[in-house]
Design a protein around this ligand. Sequence first.
Ligand code: GLA
Length: 736
Amino acid sequence: MPIVFHSGSREFHIFNKDVSYIIEIMENNELGHLYYGKRLKDRESFSYLHQEEARPLAALAGNTPSKLCLQYARQEYPSYGKGDYRYGAYIIEQPNGSKITKFEYISHKIYNGKKEIKPLPSTYVEQEGEATSIEIVLFDKIINTEFILTYTVFENRPVITRNVKFVNKGNLSLIIQSAMSACIDFPDREFEMIHLSGAWARERHVKTRKIEQGIQSVYSMRGASSAEHNPFIAMKRVGTIEDFGEVFGFSLVYSGSFLGQVEVCSHDTTRIIMGIHPNTFTWILGEGQDFQTPELVMVYSDCGLNKMSQTYHELYRTRLVRGYWRDRERPVLLNNWEATYMDFTEDGIIQLAKKAKDIGVELFVLDDGWFGTRDDDTQGLGDWYANLNKLPDGISGLSRKVEALGLKFGLWIEPEMVNKNSELYRAHPDWILSTPDRFESPSRYQHVLDYSRPEVVDAIFHMLDQLLSTSKISYIKWDMNRYITECYSRGASSLEQGMVMHKYILGVYSLYARLLDKYPELLFESCSSGGARFDPGMLYYSPQVWCSDNTDAVERLKIQYGTSMVYPVSTMGAHVSAIPNHQVNRITPLKTRGNVAYFGAFGYELDLNLLSDEEQKEVTEQIVQYKQYRKLIHQGTFYRIESPFEQEDTAWIVVSEDKKEAIAVYFFNLHHANVGWLCFKLKGLDSDKQYVLSLNDKEVSMSGSELMYAGIPLDRNKEGKKYGDFSSLLFYIREE
Ligand code: GLA
């Protein structure tokens, strides 16, 4: 049983072969935290790990003779106000104005498996014995309210998930002002913090910083998880690198505003709290009501960052992504956005689709510009029916014509938005989020529909249902191109306004769920001005996410490298686009553009009519090769080798589970004259296996040990002269 309760010491030990997590019931009946880290052999009591002391200025948590003092005590789900001056995990305001609570241990339940936390997305289990869970119930007798802390430990993964549910069992109306998904108190501060931050077109860049006394955090108050910060932090021991050292990952399964905060106290303990951002949230918890927080997925690795990432990849690819597309090979697609933008005709689209079919593409995707009066971005959002001037036979006709060519058909939508210049807005001006009588801040000329209101979600569902049921649509790119401002709902009372931002995300999830219930084979690709909502919450509904609007191969290296910290290759939408690149004007070789996009949900986004015969031949070969390798790329184990954040070049490898084959790639940045030699050292192979690979157009045989420890010799001087800047080398390696 990987979760035990030692009744003598009143300690819970949650463990598997890799990891231990230990909780104590403290003398005041609140929960203390004793340990999180590499697995400890179980014993009756780890009470010696309890460290706290009433130091000068400290308040006591009980009457003497108790010396319990919460100021520095490590706790499981603490609150501010009773002597602990750090940020707490929750705040509940009571009718008398007090925010002081005391949640005491009541009971617990240990069981096999893992429960869903509807209406929120979460990781899941499929097989008996895959995970064990514990629910610990704590109760505050003054406000008659309990919270249930749920922990799940996976049997064969170094993963513990957490969530919290608040249940009001009394008749007071409470206001939850903050409800984090978890708090983790470490006893020291010997960490560096890694986060994935950036902006539009440079999403999820890897940032590493020292932590210091005080607060350091990542967050979004934008209503989406955001391009600026991803809902992920990792705490690594100083010195931890890709394949060595200890690291703790924290990934929040949520797509809205979030906070991930690290607080180092005056006595060098480190507190992590993560959950819905309290600044954009309050929740009214009336009599008999409950509130469920999102899930936090904690991964432990004592073998460096690669191991942490591989654990997330495996878990998210097979136990977060669901349904028809989870294990299926993803279609190679052509998206017309960078080919035509909104300026297209049906004939032009058919012509492009024919070309796509000729080169081996499997799915044609029609992007923005097909609906309402959408000739530019000032109009049309909200009117999800075809513009018959552009598409005389509608989406129904066009989708059938594309299917007749032997391709699947996909479509872009942006269902959470509306332009003021649209039929939908004219009919329902009160359906946008905005404050009465005040300016409504536009962004890209559009406004956010009030998805906290079921009738709005319902209306959009019916429009989309009409489209999907009358056309042949296999794929939907669901975009979201602005953040929330003036978060006020005309469907909510004044007291309920703080609930709107979270309810909005619940509305988004509910629309996804309804569409998937009715169209389970539909492949969703989530998008938000590129990758502004690339988070685990989205992956529950949408197995792939458009990584970034930045399609430049060189810029993409950083974006995809950073994204790989948490997210599997199969989830990263990645396309070969035209040169000069539309975002940065850079010219890169077609081969490199292909080699970068290969490590993602692969496709093209350029005008195939403009390719020379030679380029057409090259992309045709590129697609043949991709189809041969895509299963390996999507389902193999991904290792980062060279970081674009640390030096010029970038490299990585994907190795099959049985280690019989692998695909490695080395990306050169700028070439330099007269440089030294380079040996490209691979990772993850079986050192005793004999492999073959093609090197300088010759098949060579090398053992796994040679490939990993001596490396593949690369002549940078020659490569530079032959291929120029931004060239790359792809190696397919198979057992001899
Ligand atoms: C966003 C997306 C792009 C494209 C445009 C269409 O920016 O990220 O890929 O779909 O919208 O307007």
